[in-house]
Design a protein around this ligand. Structure first.
Ligand SMILES: [Fe+2]
Length: 239
């Protein structure tokens, strides 16, 4: 069943440049079924520091960041480094080095993350017949976007964009008291798809060279209560 699902992933990525996976399917692919373990994973999104590098002055984003060297069989954390995107890819926040808090030891060692490396690095190494299993630069972002009565939360304030890499994973980790926040994807031919990631573990995989992506603003359902959307973004860039 897993091999069948893996083949489906490769086929969808080849045909469409992206694939949207419901939570149950993606967690099965990660071979991850333990609810307590998932709760521990999601809990590493709590208490993250504010993103102080927002060019729009927004205070609605919390995050942690880690950079890796990825091989088909392993993921090696690099010494902590700044995140850099060119202005071409991120007109709002690109063009300068941005420093974020590092990801935690607990997160780095978590079985869900191990499952992501084990499933996806070999898949991306083969899906377009890259052939040589050479290493990738991997970047990992934990995001919490908060909506307050005075400020909408912008998951992607730069709008529809490319990350400037080869492959991107966007996984919903949690949605609490939140409405909207639609994920939009557009390919080179202008073909559009849109959906709301609702369930913890629901995931989209993107060929960043073929499609652009963005997420619309989130709003609080009940403005008197905390409202937030937690997501994991991981990128693979060929060296
Ligand atoms: Fe992005």
């Amino acid at each position: 069943v897993i091999d069948h699902r893996r083949a489906y992933l490769a086929e969808m990525l080849k045909d469409n440049g992206f694939v949207h996976l419901v939570s149950q399917d993606f967690r099965a692919l990660l071979n991850h079924h333990d609810a307590t373990e998932w709760a521990d994973f999601a809990a590493t999104w709590n208490g993250m520091p504010l993103d102080r590098e927002m060019a729009d002055g927004g205070k609605y984003r919390r995050r942690r960041y880690g950079a890796f060297r990825l091989y088909d069989g392993s993921a090696i954390l690099k010494p902590h480094q700044p995140h850099y995107q060119s202005r071409e890819y991120n007109p709002l926040n690109g063009g300068r080095q941005r420093w974020y808090a590092p990801i935690s030891e607990e997160f780095i060692r978590h079985p869900v993350l191990a499952g992501i490396w084990r499933l996806l690095t070999p898949l991306f190494s083969t899906v377009e017949g890259r052939g040589i299993h050479s290493p990738w630069d991997g970047e990992l972002h934990q995001f919490r976007i908060e909506a307050s009565p005075s400020e909408a939360g912008q998951p992607t304030p730069e709008g529809l964009h490319r990350d400037g890499v080869d492959w991107v994973l966007v996984m919903l980790v949690n949605r609490v008291n939140v409405t909207a926040g639609s994920t939009n994807i557009i390919d080179e031919g202008g073909r559009h798809d849109g959906f709301v990631l609702l369930d913890p573990g629901e995931t989209v995989l993107l060929n960043d060279r073929r499609v652009r992506h963005g997420v619309t603003a989130i709003h609080a359902l009940d403005p008197t209560l905390p409202a937030y959307r937690d997501a994991l973004v991981v990128t693979w860039k060929a060296l």
